[in-house]
Design a protein around this ligand. Sequence first.
Ligand code: NAP
Length: 298
Amino acid sequence: MVGTLPMAGKVVIITGGTGGIGKATAIGLATMGARVAITGRDLARAEQAASDIRAASANPAVDAFAADLTSQAEVRRLAVGIMDAYPRLDVLVNNVGGFWAHRHPTADGLERTFALNHLAPFLLTNLLLDRLKARPPARVVTVSSGAQSMGRIDFGDLQGARNYSGQRAYNQSKLANVMFSNELARRLEGTGITANSLHPGVVRSNFGAEDQARWFAVMSHVILPLLKTPAQGAKTSIYLASSPDIERVTGQFFANGKPKNANKIAYDPDMTAKLWNVSAALVGMTLVTLATKPGGLT
Ligand SMILES: NC(=O)c1ccc[n+]([C@@H]2O[C@H](COP(=O)([O-])OP(=O)(O)OC[C@H]3O[C@@H](n4cnc5c(N)ncnc54)[C@H](OP(=O)(O)O)[C@@H]3O)[C@@H](O)[C@H]2O)c1
């Protein structure tokens, strides 16, 4: 039965599949026959979500991994676990992201929004790139936000150490998602691996609940009924991960299943390359490796 479905035989990794948009994305892609691996911080919660996804999709091929992606050591451990588990990888959906009203340092001494929303997908993608390249075509889908349009990359204070605002940190990280995706697409030209980013819409989920902005807590009761369901919010991720129509489309930002212009900084190759190099240094990847190693960490 699963063998006749459009994503049969494909292996898809979705970060943050225990709830919200990630879980709905996992249900959608598992229903299309993919083997789906989800991640979350807590193994029991991730296993429970995997069990829910198996039931909802009627596909037994759903696996769970646990890693706190604010920690680079955990990102590296997750990448090793994924590579041990899967000889092939077809799609990576970088979905995990969060909002924090106050500044929180990570185990690596970085600001949490930048570390989780940008550096974690940057590092995980680079660590899995050889596996994705091994059997093209493959896809990297990165969940950004409409907030990218208000973003500004403050290279002088990327970690919000001098002046933190939750909204500014979030906007910056979501712009970084689009810049990363566009730079990745440029670096992967001709490999058969595509990289696209997206805005899922405003979705009813657990988003931002750990340290909510006061205005959001007040407003959320009012706007809750207007928000998309996670299944609606997952549609563009599922489309980018699976549609044959866009097999060769790369370096684009999507919303509501359609390409859309993103923040103009995301199309500036000097800025995207600068962010790439700064990010590489922050995760301990060397520029020599980036520039020269064939098929390596590019
Ligand atoms: N909701 C919206 O309106 C909206 C709008 C625009 C963009 N987005 C973007 O959509 C993406 C998904 O958001 P969502 O609304 O589905 O959020 P959510 O409901 O809060 O789900 C977040 C997922 O990420 C996991 N996660 C959170 N912190 C983690 C960490 N430190 N390490 C590893 N996993 C972690 C959570 O798993 P555990 O808690 O089990 O660890 C959960 O599976 C994010 O990138 C967000 O920026 C959302």
